[in-house]
Design a protein around this ligand. Sequence first.
Ligand SMILES: C[S@@+](CC[C@H](N)C(=O)[O-])C[C@H]1O[C@@H](n2cnc3c(N)ncnc32)[C@H](O)[C@@H]1O
Ligand SMILES: [Zn+2]
Length: 571
Amino acid sequence: MEVENGQNEEKQDPKQQQDIADNPNENVIRERNAEIVSGGNVFYNPVQEFNRDLSISVLNVYSQILAQERLEKEAKKKRKQQSETNESSPEIAPTYEAGTRYDDGLRILEALAATGLRSIRYAQEIAGVREIIANDLSRQAVESIQTNIKHNKVEQLIQPSHADAMTLMYLSSVPEKRFDVVDLDPYGCPNRFLDGAIQCLNDGGLLLVTATDMAVLAGNAPEACYVKYGSVPLRMKCCHEMALRILLHCIEGHANRHGKYIEPLLSVSVDFYIRIFLRVRVGQAQCKLSMSKQSWLFQCTGCESFALQPLGITKPNPTKGNPQQLKFGIPTGPQVNSQCSNCGHRHHMGGPIWSAPLHNLEFVAKLLDAVKQKPLCDLTTQRRIVGVLSMVQEELPDVPLYYTPDKLCCVLKLEIVPMLKFRSALLHSGYRVSYSHASKNSLKTDAPPSVLWDILRSWSKRHPVRPERMIEGTPLKAILSQPCSKDYEFDRLHIDANPKSRLQALSRFQENPTPHWGPGTKATIMVGENKLPKSFRNQNKKQRRKDESNDGIVPEKEEEETEAKQVKLDN
Ligand SMILES: C[S@@+](CC[C@H](N)C(=O)[O-])C[C@H]1O[C@@H](n2cnc3c(N)ncnc32)[C@H](O)[C@@H]1O
Ligand SMILES: [Zn+2]
């Protein structure tokens, strides 16, 4: 491992330096106060500004929480040492300023830093930082990081590092070298970095992970997903939420191997990627609960109804010494019959997936509050952050995955039930509903699939299916041949049918912002509003391939990325 100190200007391509000097406004990427002047062929994706803005918001809130927790721990320790009579006053966490170094601040590792833009923005915009290590395996990237650190005058906070991320993280797993925060933002799949990241985090440390290999996570290649993430995905309309749950399952497995467990703070599916923010904690006892946080997934091959079956269950088993004591067991199953009770078809089985909550709602509330105030309210993508977090807050926390009315109606060849009517029918019948932030058309509900089909049978009375569609052996025939139990109320709008985020028309979903929008092929050559010339574009592509092959990494296939966009657009 080589952690380089100081600047290394000589290694910068002299022609590039000349270009920048001749034309200071050319090839400069600006994001908030950060300026990237590297001029190198290093990865930059402007579409990820939302990702960086959201991460900065999360890290600011996390920094406050950690400071408060440390203070309380100290105070508790002191109180123990002091006599009862000598009560100490309650302590308030210090106020930090962004851009200043604090000895008790966060130690952050950006393991795959490319131009260093993210680290520079972290240095400029996160209050309470001790040190940021901006690491990359590509020499060219590190040279670019060094130039950009100097240009942005953040040398006091960022240390460039030229190393393989895995080696760096393993060497940082000794207590005195551990980090409070590790950010993994790789091309494609993050799996190879997870084990090292888990080991080099302090107890309660924050892990930020991006995955862009959505085609694999969304079920296009189950065999590849199993190899990478240890989980079998199914092709479902809720593929984006399933992707989050597969990645969480994978990270929890890595954590458990080291006597640790995860606590997801926020898990979002955005554009063409997913991003997860979670705390990693130490605790053998808590690890025993992991089995009951994962589930197998059954999906009917006919009507696509799904059911989850937890790998484990817990029951209270209070003892004298521990009233909270639990007993662990294995549930009986399977949750579904060999043939679907709705349409008679057989099932696919997938998973395991993470079936515990995706977010910590207390944290999300703090975050939402913070992004509405200075300085975070000035972030370029603040409106979208508020929109996404508001939807996240409204999601049913205990209902994994979702249906979409268009798919359900498509199975029965019915006119699509408008969302508000569908939601009203469910709510009037006593079920809970919500959207998922991951899809505009999502219908998350605690109603069993049999009720959803019953609602559609009721709907089919007013919008009958053409008789020639009633073909023997189809899910349509099987479902519509059953009697409808009651008339559902579609037309009386339920007061909760239209959630706040929708009523307030918050910016919840992004339209394609650029012509070549995606995980980092053509979009990477956008500089500000302008596209770079073709020569730069080709050079950039070649360099990416070279960097990836130099790193001994099997490059994510271009097709996978294109498919990922397709998956997003299809939904
Ligand atoms: C998607 S880019 C990172 C983008 C950056 N985080 C940002 O926000 O702009 C991925 C980077 O990972 C680097 N990389 C790939 N494999 C690596 C490894 N094993 N160790 C360190 N860096 C690696 C590549 O050189 C590339 O610069
Ligand atoms: Zn079925």
